[in-house]
Design a protein around this ligand. Structure first.
Ligand code: BJ8
Length: 429
């Protein structure tokens, strides 16, 4: 996210980025990254890989995508953990996440969206309209999913702004009908990917792609389990960063880098060392996804000498838990396994969504959290509504919970700090 030695301006120009806006964004993000991440104490050495990825997130990684495109591969941009990367990889393609986590060109976005739209959707539009997202421009296909009302209506407008847009319908219940809908959508998406890439998906290619994604998930699951240690071996900010990089990096390289840092963390756990003192208040975050560079709340929590030990979030464990069975002798059988795995994601767009509460409680137990911070973006009806009930039920089970509603601006930082500080005091008692 910083200016780099290699001059990528010609590449950004070829992608049609607005160079003035883009340079301004990179310079702001470079400073934010330095202030947020590089000031942390006792960081694991393995984080240097993720620092490098972030420093080159608009540079080297985009160049890799462009090189892959020149070699005939397709790049698919997505906004939701329900879009199966396995089907993209099985055609030789590359999938990247497009959700954006910073305010940009909000005035422009608000010409196309109601003001009371969540920051995540507004930011996605702002990045497109401001001409600052190389990933949107590098994508041969952009996949939107009919999840929340905000997204599905915004996609109708986004479809007119990008090269090729593809809408995927989504179930709203975990019923047999819901499962059948997801299966039908995955079969149609498979056909779309085959058409786009000119490659037919075979049992072998899908099994291999599924194994690659399973390995990536295994690695972040391993990282998650290590965070159960006290003292915590890695900060919540760094763990969130790794979960954010999950959506950009080459999957196999990412897996290797996460496993390398896990080796390091295992050693520090066995040495009894960590990033914070033993007994530091431990918080689980649960709610809306935090897309890069949305680090506001974790930075606030950890700036108050607490540590985040897990994210019940799509950029976190909700998105990465579970593995897909690779034992099947037909493509259809493998897609059935994919559907089984993805139907486990307990997004708040499902009704009812009781599994989410169970999962939060499991995570509290497993990672020895002292309390749960329920994180909702302003105007996100699914998570804000669900958060009310979850807060009551957690408290009734003796698990302290704090519900916060915020956006990407810094305007409420003072108020958030006061509330989070009081919560930390409460759970430390
Ligand atoms: S599976 S959480 S990635 S939909 S914050 S845009 S819900 S109004 S992001 Fe999500 Fe897929 Fe679900 Fe996960 Fe709408 Fe809320 Fe905005 Fe949100």
């Amino acid at each position: 996210m910083s200016e780099t030695a290699v001059d990528y301006h010609p590449m950004w120009t070829s992608l049609g980025l607005n160079l003035e806006n883009h340079d301004a964004l990179l310079s702001i993000l470079g400073r934010l990254y330095g202030d947020t991440f590089m000031t942390q104490k006792n960081r694991p050495e393995g984080m240097s890989y993720f620092d490098f990825v972030m420093s080159e997130v608009h540079g080297l990684r985009v160049k890799e995508l462009m090189d892959a495109k020149a070699a005939g591969k397709k790049v698919v941009g997505t906004y939701c953990t329900f879009v199966p990367e396995e089907l993209v990889l099985a055609t030789g393609g590359i999938m990247v996440g497009l959700c954006a986590g910073a305010d940009f060109a909000t005035d422009e976005a608000e010409k196309l969206l109601p003001r009371n739209t969540c920051a995540l959707i507004k930011s996605t539009f702002g990045f497109k309209l401001g001409g600052v997202c190389p990933y949107i421009e590098a994508s041969d296909l952009i996949v939107g999913e009919n999840t929340c009302d905000g997204k599905k209506k915004a996609y109708e407008t986004l479809a007119g702004l990008v090269n090729e847009f593809y809408a995927m319908d989504m179930p709203q219940t975990k019923s047999p009908q819901g499962r059948a809908l997801l299966k039908a959508e995955y079969l149609t998406f498979k056909e779309k990917m085959e058409l786009l890439s000119g490659t037919v998906i075979t049992v072998e290619s899908l099994r291999k792609a599924t194994a690659v994604v399973n390995n990536k998930r295994r690695a972040v699951q391993r990282l998650a389990r290590l965070r159960a240690a006290d003292p915590a071996p890695v900060s919540g900010l760094d763990a969130l960063l790794i979960n954010q990089v999950f959506f950009y990096d080459d999957p196999e390289r990412f897996t290797g880098s996460v496993n390398a840092i896990c080796d390091e963390l295992e050693k520090s756990i066995s040495d009894g060392t960590g990033v914070t003192p033993t007994g530091t208040p431990r918080i689980l975050i649960s709610g809306c996804p935090m897309a890069a560079p949305n680090w506001k709340v974790p930075a606030t929590v950890e700036g108050l000498n607490a540590v985040i030990v897990g994210e019940e979030s799509c950029i976190g464990e909700r998105g990465s838990r579970g593995l897909t069975n690779t034992e099947a002798i037909t493509v259809d059988g493998l897609i059935d396994h994919l559907v089984d795995r993805y139907m486990e994601i307990d997004c708040a767009i499902f009704t009812p969504n009781g599994d989410r509460l169970d999962h939060i409680k499991e995570m509290v137990n497993e990672y020895r959290a002292d309390g749960v911070l329920l994180y909702g973006l302003n105007f996100c009806t699914p998570y804000l509504m669900e958060g009310l009930g979850i807060e009551k039920q957690l408290e009734a089970s003796g698990i302290p919970a704090l519900r916060i509603e915020t956006d990407y601006s810094q305007e409420d930082t003072g108020q958030l700090t006061t509330r989070i500080e009081a919560f930390i005091e409460r759970i430390s008692g």
